[in-house]
Every structure is written in C-alpha cells, then in structure tokens.
Write a protein that binds this ligand. Structure first.
Ligand SMILES: [Zn+2]
Ligand SMILES: [Zn+2]
Ligand SMILES: [Zn+2]
Ligand SMILES: [Zn+2]
Ligand SMILES: [Zn+2]
Length: 583
C-alpha cells in the first residue's frame, strides 16, 4: 500500500507533527496505531516515568535495612533493596489480578501497581555501588546516572560507557580514563574540562580537539601537542606556562573557567557531532545507519526519535538501553529485548511485551510488573498461550472502546505510553523536569504529581566560604566534614545544600591538582548540562562568512538540521565550512 506523509495535531501541545511513510511501515510491523502525541511530547511523557537523581533515605520493606531509593517513603508500593528484590523470597505472581472490563486499562494498572514491590535503585549486575541509580554491568559507581557497560570508578557523572576513573562528566564513551569535567568525550585520557574532544590526552579547557595531547585553552585543533590558546609552544615552554596557571587554586580555576566560556564562543561547532553515519540526522551519533532524529546513540541501524542507547536496531521512541530490537515507546534499561512496547524498564530478556515495568526473562506479557521467568501473563497472572492471546486482543479492543481520559481530556487508547498523571514519580523528581521544565501550577493544572522539596537540615561543618582554596591545604580530615553548597538550596537544581567527599575523589583531586568543589553534585550536574544542545532539530543556515571558502564573498547558504537552537551562542557551521576551518 502506498502511504503519504500525514500531518497530525498533537493531543498534548496541539502543534502539528508529521508521520512519514516509513513510520507507518514500522507501526504496521509492530501492530500499533500511529501516535497521537508529537515526538517531543512523547519523549516528555516517557521521561516523566524516569527518576534519575531525586534519591531518598528509607527502609527496605522486606529486610527493613536502611537504604537509598528513588522512591520516597510515601510512595504507594513496597520498595525492596537490591538483594531482596533480586532474591527468591517473594513471587510477583502472588499479586496477580484478573482483568476488569468495567474499568479502563490505565485506571486498573494504577490500582494494580500499588501492591507490587519495586527495586529501590535501578541496578543490574553492579558491584559496590549502593548510591548509584540506573547503573548496569559496572563497578564502584557513586551518585552517577546511567554508568554502564563495564564502567568503573564513576563519580557524579551521567551517561558513561566502558570508561573508568571518571568524575563530574557527561556523555563519556569508548574507553575513556581519568577524566574530570569532560562533556561528549570519546577515548580521552587524563584530561579536564574538555568539550566535544576525541582521543585527547593530558589536556585542559579545550573545545572540539581531536587526537591532541598537552593542549590548553584551545579549540578546533587536530593532531597537535603543546598548544596554549591555539599557539604552538616547545615542550619546555609549555610546562613552564602551565605552572603559571596555578591549577591547584580555585581562584585561579575560576579565571580559567571564564576564559573557557569565551573559547566556547569563538570555537567553530560542526552542525552536529556525527561520525560514521549513513543517511542519519540528530546529534552525537557514531556508527549509525538510517537513524533519524536520534541523540547520543552509537552502533545502531534503523532508528528514529531514540536517545542515549547503543547497539540496537529497528526501533522508535526508545531511550536508555542496548542490545535490543523492535522497541517502541520504551524507556530505561533495555538489554536483550525484542518487540517491547509502552514499557518502563524491562530489565533483560523480554520478548513480546506491552505496558510492563521491571520484568526479567519473560515473553508474551501485558501490564506486568516486577515479574520474572514467566510467559503469557496479564497483570502478573499467568495464562495458557491460547487464553493469553485471546485476552490480550479483548483488552486492546476494550482500551480502544473505553479509553482512559486524563484530567486535560487527552485520550489514551491502546498505543499510548503510560499517562504522566499515573507516573509513580512527582513530575519534578523525574527526568522530564530537566528537559521539559514546568511550574508547580502547570503540574497541578495537568494533574501531574508534584513534590515540594523536603526541608533539608544537614549540619554543615564547613560553610562554603571556608572551603580551602588550594587542594594542597586539604587534609584527610575533610572526609568527616559536611560542606555547604554555594547555591544554598536557592536554585532550581535539586540542590542538596550540603555534600561530603569520598576517599576516592579526594585522592583524585589531589593527584590531578583539582581544588575542592563548592557546589553539591546536583548543582554541578546542572551547570554541566547547560552546555548540551536540545534533543530536537532546527532547520538552520551555516553561520560562516569567511571569504576564503567555497562560497566566496558573502555568507554560506548551506542549510542543515542541527540541535543548536538559533538563540544559542555557539558558532555553527556546515560540514564543508567546518572542515575547511579545522583541518
Ligand atoms: Zn506535542
Ligand atoms: Zn531488603
Ligand atoms: Zn547545591
Ligand atoms: Zn557553510
Ligand atoms: Zn564557509
């Protein structure tokens, strides 16, 4: 059947969005109706089901141990520590429910989910990482999010794959090591404050440098050594100059940070950080083919509207995961999953599933939570294959005949992800608040949960003004102290008002001449996050007006899709102009 581009009005934001012929092919393949929310509103809805950094102290409801959890103690369901949740002393099928055709699906899903134990922090195969949320197959992860794939010693960072000794970084892949304040790094080593750099070592405060070592306050360099402010030095002079920067002092670092901000304004930014890509659009793509509107993905084929995932294929609207196929409207933790839709966190080996949460080793499941090693289950009740298939069809029909209608009148038939208003997380605890911030009033109006910040009453033993300027002045005694955050809880960055230091990080700071931070980890994260362009594309024109380029005198007119919004400060070039400037 020949299909054309269709323009639809988003149920949520009322803006128009388009569905392309290939999209219809995908929807048909996985047997779902086309979406009624635009891609951005779909992403917002998925993110409202993911809490990364609002962590609470509470008890495990099984062993009563004190734990850290992403669920507040007032959450409506039991919360188990890692050992209890993964253990064999309870059975999720004991919470099984019959489907009730007199209620909408989402209404009864919300009732159903109140009984079922949840995993305190999202963790899969991690070692020594009691304070890590969203960590998998990694070791020694501390207050970091999405540290996966064999990462080790990761502190206060987000999205780290196959890397080690990483502190205060964002989006680090491909075997990076000993990094501090790097953003978008691939295979960097022993470096601080690098943005969009690859294969660099022993460098500081650089933007878009590739294969460089010992470079400082520089931008757009290739295969260089011993450069400061893009000027070549001899090895001897380079190290003499480095001494003068006095890296151990925070006051000196503040001056360097200001200059680094200026370098970000003069550096040339490629329209997208896209490498080894065929027929693809988005940003931060590596080794991809036929990927459209994707961000932070690598080793992927045939994907659209996907974010922060790798080694998967044939998926749409999927974020956070790996090694999977045929995923749609899915967020968090995919691993060896196949044909999974409308799901928050299928943990591994899930086949043919809709509307599930945190199940493992299951196939043919619908509306199941925390289930493992089961087949043909609906609301955690196991059926014969025949019964399952028949009942599933009946439920889908009922969802379409009797849809859930939310507070704002949005209609949820089969084919919509879970509504934001039934998310177990307050909107402002969820990832949605980072990418799509709203006010408390907006949340209330929309029927979304909201949590007023708990009053934090840490006994600060070293107020921010008394934190030593120079790392050499700091002794191990600091490990017993509670340091005050300079934002004092007055920002909108989930500020914890106070923070402590760990053994590992103090040793790291000392080894790498880094003065102590004066912001709490959450505030540091939000500072870093500012540099990231959005997870959407704008149609823009190249900003280059260099006369020696192929376009001659006058501005370059090449157009492209870029995730740098027009109002952003970066100088954004088309591929041709960029290559002419940097190589
Ligand atoms: Zn929308
Ligand atoms: Zn427990
Ligand atoms: Zn803070
Ligand atoms: Zn150009
Ligand atoms: Zn140009």
């Amino acid at each position: 059947m020949f299909m054309e581009i269709e323009t639809k009005s988003c149920q949520n934001c009322k803006k128009d969005f388009i569905i392309e012929p290939d999209d219809f092919g995908f929807y048909e393949k996985i047997k779902v109706p086309p979406p009624t929310f635009c891609p951005e509103c779909r992403l917002q809805r998925r993110m409202s089901w993911r809490n990364e950094r609002a962590l609470y102290k509470r008890k495990c409801d099984l062993c009563q141990k004190n734990i850290i959890a992403m669920y507040h103690e007032l959450a409506p369901f039991p919360v188990y520590c890692r050992e209890c949740w993964y253990g064999d002393s309870w059975d999720a099928t004991s919470f099984a429910k019959d489907y009730d055709f007199s209620k909408t699906f989402f209404e009864q899903y919300k009732e159903f989910y109140k009984n079922i134990p949840r995993l305190a922090l999202w963790q899969r195969n991690v070692i020594n990482s009691d304070y890590a949320n969203m960590a998998a197959e990694s070791k020694n992860i501390y207050l970091s999010v999405s540290a996966v794939a064999g990462s080790e010693n990761v502190f206060y960072s987000k999205c780290v794959d196959k890397s080690r000794d990483i502190i205060d970084c964002l989006n680090i892949i491909n075997g990076s090591e000993s990094l501090y304040e790097n953003v978008e790094a691939q295979s960097n080593y022993n470096s601080q404050y690098l943005l969009l750099c690859r294969s660099c070592m022993d460098s500081y405060y650089c933007v878009d440098c590739i294969n460089c070592s010992n470079c400082f306050l520089s931008n757009n360099l290739r295969n260089k050594q011993f450069c400061i402010r893009n000027q070549q030095y001899t090895k001897e002079d380079y190290f003499k100059e480095l001494e003068k920067f006095n890296l151990k002092s925070r006051a000196s670092r503040e001056i360097l940070k200001k200059e680094f901000e200026e370098i970000k304004k003069i550096a040339i930014f490629r329209f997208g950080n896209i490498n080894k890509a065929v027929n693809s659009t988005g940003n931060n793509l590596l080794n991809v083919k036929n990927c459209k509107n994707c961000f932070e993905i690598y080793d992927v084929e045939n994907a659209k509207y996907c974010y922060r995932a790798f080694n998967f294929k044939d998926s749409m609207d999927f974020d956070y995961g790996q090694k999977s196929e045929l995923l749609y409207e899915y967020t968090t933790g995919a691993m060896n999953d196949y044909n999974v839709k409308f799901t928050y966190s299928a943990m591994e080996f899930i086949r043919n599933a809709d509307y599930t949460e945190s199940c493992r080793n299951c196939s043919n499941i619908f509306g199941c939570i925390s289930l493992r090693n089961a087949e043909n289950a609906i609301l955690n009740k196991v059926y014969s294959k025949g019964e399952y298939e028949k009942l599933r069809e009946e439920i889908i029909r009922q969802m379409n005949d009797m849809p859930f209608i939310d507070k704002m009148g949005r209609v949820y038939k089969y084919g919509e992800f879970f509504p934001i208003e039934i998310s177990p997380f307050p909107y402002n605890d969820s990832l949605a608040q980072e990418f799509f911030p709203i006010t408390k009033e907006d949340a209330k109006k929309n029927g979304y949960l909201w949590r007023d910040q708990d009053i934090k009453s840490f006994e600060i033993t070293i107020p921010v003004n008394n934190i030593s300027d120079n790392i050499d002045e700091v002794s191990d005694k600091i490990l017993e102290e509670v340091l005050g955050c300079a934002h004092k809880g007055e920002c909108s960055h989930q500020c914890n008002t106070a923070f402590r230091l760990t053994n590992y990080e103090l040793a790291f700071y000392k080894k790498h001449d880094i003065p102590l931070p004066v912001l709490c980890p959450n505030c540091r994260y939000y500072e870093r996050f500012k540099v990231m362009p959005a997870l959407k594309l704008w149609h823009r024109t190249c900003m280059c007006n260099k006369e020696n380029h192929f376009h001659g005198t006058g501005k370059c007119e090449v157009e492209f899709e870029t995730s740098y919004a027009p109002e952003r400060p970066e100088i954004v070039y088309c591929e041709k102009c960029y290559q002419q400037e940097v190589y």
